[in-house]
Every structure is written in C-alpha cells, then in structure tokens.
Design a protein around this ligand. Structure first.
Ligand code: FES
Length: 107
C-alpha cells in the first residue's frame, strides 16, 4: 500500500479503492427483488436489499448475533438471512432484529 493510500485509509476509515460503492452511486431501481449487496454510507458499511415485496432497505452491515456481514447473506421474503450462522433478520430502521436463528423460532 502506498503512503498516499495509507493516508486515505487513516483519514476516511476505509479503503476508497476496495470496490464497495457509496450509496449515492448505487442505482437502487436496478436492484431486482431478492438482491442483497454491500455498500457504504460515508465510512459506514451498509447492506442494501430489495425484499420480496419490492421494498428497498438499507441496514448497517453488522449482524446482531456476532457481527457477521449481513451483505454476505441473502434475502428470504421480507427477511435477511445472515450467512454466518443462519439467523433470520427483520430490517427495523437502520438495524436488524432477530426473527429466528439457528433453527429455533423466537417465542
Ligand atoms: S453472525 Fe450472523 S448469524 Fe451469527
């Protein structure tokens, strides 16, 4: 890594050349139902998903279970499924809440 790249990393808090688009660069209309992608909102990693209903959601890209990247998972209907341990997550504002995990439904 060049010293300029290292300085950018220090200033921004992320590598601007890592291929993750900023939210403003995404064409949300082009995201098909069932699509889940990683993006960035400034320095914050986010997951952008088009749910089965067509609703577009943007959530912090951190699973509430153990910090997995939600954008590595997939869309299942109106839920997001974390790839690390399979928790099913409901987008709730900018965060996700556990709906079901490890095959055990919540009461
Ligand atoms: S980190 Fe997401 S289910 Fe465990």
């Amino acid at each position: 890594m060049s010293s300029l790249a290292a300085q950018m990393l220090d200033i921004l808090g992320y590598d601007p050349d890592d291929g993750v688009p900023q939210l403003a660069e995404l064409d949300a209309r082009a995201l098909a139902v069932g699509t889940l992608v990683a993006a960035r909102d400034g320095a914050v990693n986010v997951a952008v998903a088009r749910l089965a209903s067509g609703k577009l959601v943007v959530v912090d890209d951190v699973c509430p279970h153990d910090g997995g990247r939600i954008s590595d998972g997939f869309v299942d209907g109106e839920r997001l499924v974390c790839a690390r341990h399979g928790w099913e997550l409901a987008p709730c504002g900018r965060r996700c809440e556990r709906v079901r995990g490890a095959g055990v439904p919540l009461g």
